[in-house]
Ligand binder design. Structure first.
Ligand SMILES: *Cc1c(COP(=O)(O)O)cnc(C)c1O
Length: 410
């Protein structure tokens, strides 16, 4: 008898985005004339920039000729891309990361989920609350948790509440985690962590032989100089941190798929007997066994982001989204909302003037303004009462949505 992985049955059925989709479709069916503005899902809306498209085309053309055709590429990624990443994202900031530390992949979603495979099933995982849902769900799938409790927390996960009081950067918990997921700039709160705040976690990991899994998917949206772009800007992080980066939000690759994971050779985890083993070797084994590389034209397209012209074009798109975020922050603040994020991240995390549950505000905005946002409680219990607006939208939609919102009684 074939048996299923019953951990999958523990996952909560009502996943956030399908539930949003269901409510929006239901409303649209009942109100076919309503012009709904979607500022909910975290997906980019602008096309790939010209430099990327040109390189993508060139890559495809190379595949059409016998002299330049390419079959399987190196599993870890082409050297031209890994060199460009190491130089531009790390060495230019004084961070000693080389191409050998970098694993090119088809997404940070897969990487942040798959990374669990190289750790013991007994590992204690800490995640923030609210959080990008992938970390918790993949922890459940891998069998490290019990069932979900009535407060939405899974037994066996250490939750780190991120609130206004701690500026959405978690405090060190009482119970000791082996693995800590951190994401800055953050989805959904748009918060950033300073060097001092990250140092606290790096020092903790060094003292406790823990590993930090650092998701920097929104690094390109940082505008303030003092905010670190990489966990490796913190002394000691090269021994205890794995960093995930993605071209999805940085350069509109959500539908094109390219990302990378950085594992310095000094990052160690331990056998049952306490012997240190480099995680680089384990991930290398996993990557070369279960992954056959990102397609050549896509890697060529990704490398074009690092050319002089590519950088300029990509920055213009980021600036466009960040101007959206600025407009949203300004209008929501004027309306009496508390406003967080939106400065170094394309997300604005807000709570309305009068206390209301996240899903009630969702329904009110949908029905009365035909505007769709994301209920904060969908990202975890600490998100209750909050609401996330995404800056990934055409400018005219942002302005129209804000005008509609101003007229509501909130
Ligand atoms: C969008 C996003 C990613 C990127 O995932 P890809 O699979 O690379 O598209 C990673 N982490 C967070 C928190 C995100 O919001």
């Amino acid at each position: 008898m074939a048996k299923i992985n019953e951990n999958y049955l523990k996952l909560q059925a009502g996943y956030l985005f399908p539930e949003i989709g269901r409510r929006v479709n239901e409303f649209q069916k009942a109100n076919p004339g309503a012009e709904i503005i979607r500022m909910g899902i975290g997906d980019v809306t602008m096309p790939l920039v010209p430099s990327v498209i040109n390189a993508f085309h060139e890559g495809v053309d190379e595949m059409s000729k016998p002299e330049t055709f390419k079959g399987y590429g190196p599993e870890q990624g082409y050297e031209f891309l890994r060199n460009a990443i190491a130089e531009n994202d790390y060495q230019s900031r004084g961070v000693d990361i080389g191409p050998e530390d970098i694993f090119v992949s088809d997404g940070s979603k897969c990487d942040t989920g798959n990374i669990q495979e190289i750790f013991s099933a007994e590992s204690k995982i800490a995640i923030t609350d609210p959080v990008y849902p992938v970390y918790a769900d993949t922890t459940v799938m891998s069998g490290k948790t019990g069932n979900v409790a009535s407060n939405g927390y899974f037994n066996g996960i250490i939750y780190l509440p991120c609130t206004e009081e701690n500026h959405f950067v978690p405090d060190i918990p009482k119970e000791r985690p082996d693995i800590i997921f951190l994401c800055y700039p953050n989805n959904p709160t748009g918060a950033t962590a300073t060097k001092q705040e990250l140092k606290k976690w790096v020092d903790y990991a060094l003292d406790n032989k823990s590993i930090i899994l650092y998701d920097a998917a929104y690094e390109a949206y940082i505008t303030e100089d003092h905010i670190p772009h990489s966990i490796y800007e913190i002394e000691g992080a090269q021994k205890v941190a794995i960093e995930f980066r993605s071209f999805s939000k940085k350069a509109g690759f959500t539908g094109t798929r390219c990302a990378f994971t950085v594992i310095p050779k000094e990052v160690m985890a331990f056998t049952h007997k306490g012997e240190p083993k480099p995680l680089h070797a384990l991930w290398y084994r996993r990557h070369t066994t279960k992954f056959n590389g990102v397609s050549y034209p896509v890697q060529k397209a990704a490398a074009a982001i690092y050319t002089k012209q590519g950088k300029k074009e990509v920055q213009e798109v980021i600036d466009y989204y960040m101007e959206n975020a600025r407009i949203m922050c300004e209008n929501l603040y004027e309306k009496g909302f508390k406003v967080f994020g939106g400065k170094n991240a394309p997300y604005v995390w807000t709570s309305p003037p009068k206390k209301i549950k996240s899903w009630d505000l969702f329904d009110k905005l949908l029905k009365e303004a035909h505007v769709v946002g994301t209920p904060g409680s969908g990202f975890g219990p600490s998100g209750e009462g909050y609401f996330r607006f995404s800056a990934f939208a055409p400018r005219k939609n942002v302005i129209e949505a804000m005008n509609r919102l101003k007229k509501l009684d909130l």
